[in-house]
Design a protein around this ligand. Structure first.
Ligand code: SF4
Length: 186
């Protein structure tokens, strides 16, 4: 939301991509809709070809048996397909979020699943959690409602739990067994 607020001030019509895996918390969808309405965002919902029911009928409960494939089918492929229309991807990862992000640079390149290369820019790369919370407070932007309930990193419902390690904000993702879904793999 910090990144969206910063960018929308210069480009109010910038496409904001939301990956709807079908497994989001209702609170996430309501939070998204609230901010989309408040700012009049140009929301672009991207998602997999199958509904959750079709997906589970064909493959079972993949988030339990093979979360790597579940994320690939329901997050990575839909997002990369949507990014084919663009040359630049702005995203809000920060160095302080996880060990996998410590070397994050402001400007990177992303190879899409189809092989095309686009620029990937991380404007908040050196922001801290305190910077983010301060920005939200100063600009009166609400936090995701589950944040206050103890979930500092929120993804799909079945793969988000309370923190396994209170010092690691992403340790509640995939029950601590993985900390990245794969959309940022280059
Ligand atoms: S986060 Fe979980 S439910 Fe969501 S796409 Fe990945 S494995 Fe599937």
């Amino acid at each position: 939301m910090v990144l969206i607020d910063l960018v929308r001030r210069f480009r109010p019509d910038i496409p904001v991509l939301f990956i709807d895996t079908g497994y989001h918390f209702p609170e996430t969808l309501a939070y998204r809709d609230r901010l989309v309405a408040r700012w009049g965002l140009n929301l672009v919902v991207v998602g997999p070809d199958t509904t959750v029911a079709e997906h589970e009928r064909a493959l079972g409960v993949l988030y339990e048996t093979d979360p790597e494939s579940c994320c690939f089918l329901r997050k990575v492929l839909p997002l990369h397909r949507a990014l084919e229309r663009y040359d630049l991807w702005l995203n809000a990862r920060r160095r302080d979020q996880a060990a996998t992000r410590r070397e994050l640079l402001a400007w990177e390149e992303q190879v899409l699943s189809g092989g095309r290369r686009i620029a990937k820019v991380n404007p908040l790369w050196n922001w801290t959690e305190i910077d983010v919370l301060s920005y939200l407070a100063v600009h009166d932007i609400p936090l995701h409602p589950l944040h206050a309930a103890g979930y500092p990193s929120i993804g799909c419902g079945p793969c988000t739990s309370l923190l396994a390690d209170p010092d690691d904000p992403r340790s509640g993702r995939w029950s601590g067994t993985r900390i990245e879904c794969g959309i940022h793999r280059r």
